[in-house]
Design a protein. Structure first.
Ligand code: ADP
Ligand code: MG
Length: 457
């Protein structure tokens, strides 16, 4: 056991911590030790730069007002300046519980995901992990900082809850204030950084975050190079392949990194395509990795990813064959609506597709997102509340409606199971206990200031 002493100004930490003898992790920059009480993780630097303590102190101060979003981050809480009497530099963070493991364990290849699926997880758990990942990065960007080292080992994930915690925050970047200390991990680094045209920043984080989010969703590096450019020098080869010659694997014209498995169902040794994602997520992918690949300012902000990932919850359906969840591809014609994991066709009766609209000033309605409803599905109360995104989990969530297929009508009906009257565009009122047909064109108003839904399919 070693006794680590803390510099003053730490956040609610004791004056000293007792560390386990053996490190839990031995990295290039430092070794990570857990405290004997299991509460904290301490990274001790091998060869700290002379200004490391000062930089750490600034990072520490930046984390004082994170509020609720701190759950996505293992923020530095204190600085170690002595171990067993020897001067040392280290950083203390809360210990992320053992329910979490580095993201790569669950996403690195389809095999890892299939193992998780075998243990009861579904693609929805992956969507949740992607959402938490985006939320973690958005928190940092929202504070005017960049992480500069976003990759699949710096997030500890719990695939059960979908919760993800971002670690390795000691290298944060703030323009003109905290300089970049690392460059990132090959494969995630933005092209302009590899080409030595730019330093890590919020804009380069946007690239890394897009690559990571898509890796979680599609279980592959969508930028993976397929041809060798410099056979003699692997590092130079990476610099070119992810830098000057970087290319999205599903680029519509440049097929440099295309692989033939793309679009073949995952369970038949295929590779998932970004075309299985919601139209909004597809558009963000194109903005990030085609239009914005070499034009950083065109890359979407991470908060846009977070929103679109959250909204995708309400577009999922279950596969009757493999029992997985996937985005209902309502934008394709029926024979092309298939489960991307097992390849089974979606069979009639097809789910109902609705557009969710929100009232704004002067009586205008703004289209928000698409909702998919099917037999037995509740309509959750949050869906019609203005300003709300789907919550992280709907376990225990209140519902205000219930969907059922009516064979006689060859259509769905939505029953009002709440306490408020609904109103149709015809003026008809749907009292609690009554139901409304979800035929194409039907428009339901859920009450004063509530959202409106229009059946589109
Ligand atoms: N707060 C933490 N809670 C639990 N484990 C942690 C924590 N911080 C680091 N680790 C463990 O140490 C490993 C490396 O940590 P990291 O901060 O990323 O160091 P490095 O600079 O070597 O990349 C992680 O993969 C994880 O296993
Ligand atoms: Mg790390």
């Amino acid at each position: 056991m070693a006794i680590a002493k803390l510099a003053p100004n730490s956040r609610n930490l004791p004056n000293q911590l007792t560390l386990n003898d053996q490190p839990a992790h031995h990295g290039g920059e430092g070794s990570v030790y857990f405290t004997t009480d299991g509460q904290y993780a301490v990274k001790i630097y091998h060869r700290p730069a002379s200004d490391k303590q000062r930089l750490l102190k600034q990072v520490l101060d930046l984390g004082r007002n994170l509020g609720d979003d701190e759950r996505f981050l293992a923020w530095p809480l204190g600085i170690i300046n002595e171990i067993d009497g020897e001067p040392t530099v280290g950083v203390v963070t809360r210990c992320v519980p053992p329910t979490h493991a580095p993201l790569y364990r669950f996403i690195y290849s389809p095999k890892d995901a299939i193992k998780q699926f075998g243990e009861g997880r579904s693609w929805l758990n992956y969507l949740k992990m992607a959402r938490s990942t985006a939320a973690a990065v958005r928190t940092i960007h929202g504070k005017g900082m960049a992480h500069a080292d976003i990759h699949l080992k710096n997030f500890l994930a719990d695939p059960e809850s979908g919760e993800v915690v971002l670690i390795d925050l000691d290298g944060l970047v703030v323009r003109g204030f905290l300089p970049p200390q690392v460059k990132g991990m090959p494969g995630f680094i933005a092209p302009e950084v590899l080409m030595a045209k730019a330093q890590p920043s919020e804009l380069t984080d946007r690239h890394s975050a897009a690559v990571l989010i898509l890796w979680i969703l599609l279980l592959r590096n969508v930028m993976l190079t397929q041809t060798c450019i410099d056979e003699d020098d692997e590092r130079h080869d990476d610099e070119l392949g992810y830098g000057k010659f970087a290319c999205f694997s599903e680029h519509p014209i440049e097929r440099r990194n295309w692989i033939s498995q793309i679009g073949i169902p995952l369970f038949r040794k295929g590779a998932l395509s970004f075309r299985m994602l919601t139209p909004k997520l597809q558009a963000l992918t194109e903005k990030a990795l085609i239009e914005g690949l070499h034009e950083p300012s065109k890359r979407p902000q991470v908060i846009e990813w977070e929103r679109a990932l959250s909204e995708a919850y309400d577009a999922l359906i279950g596969c009757p064959s493999c029992h997985q969840s996937f985005v209902y591809p309502y934008w394709l014609t029926p024979p092309l609506r298939q489960c991307p994991l097992c390849g089974s066709n979606v069979i009639p009766p097809f789910p109902a597709v609705l557009e969710l609209l929100e009232p704004r000033s002067k009586g205008t309605l703004v289209a928000l997102r698409t909702i998919v409803l099917y037999q037995g599905m509740p309509l959750f109360a949050d869906v019609v509340e203005p300003g709300r995104l789907p919550p992280f989990t709907r376990r225990g969530s209140a519902s205000i409606g219930q969907v059922a297929w009516e064979t006689n009508e060859r259509g769905y009906r939505l029953t009002n199971t709440g306490n408020d009257f609904w109103q149709l565009s015809s003026g008809e009122r749907i009292k609690p206990g009554a139901s409304v047909s979800l035929h194409k064109g039907a428009m339901i108003n859920f009450g004063n200031d509530k959202r409106v839904m229009r059946v589109v399919l």
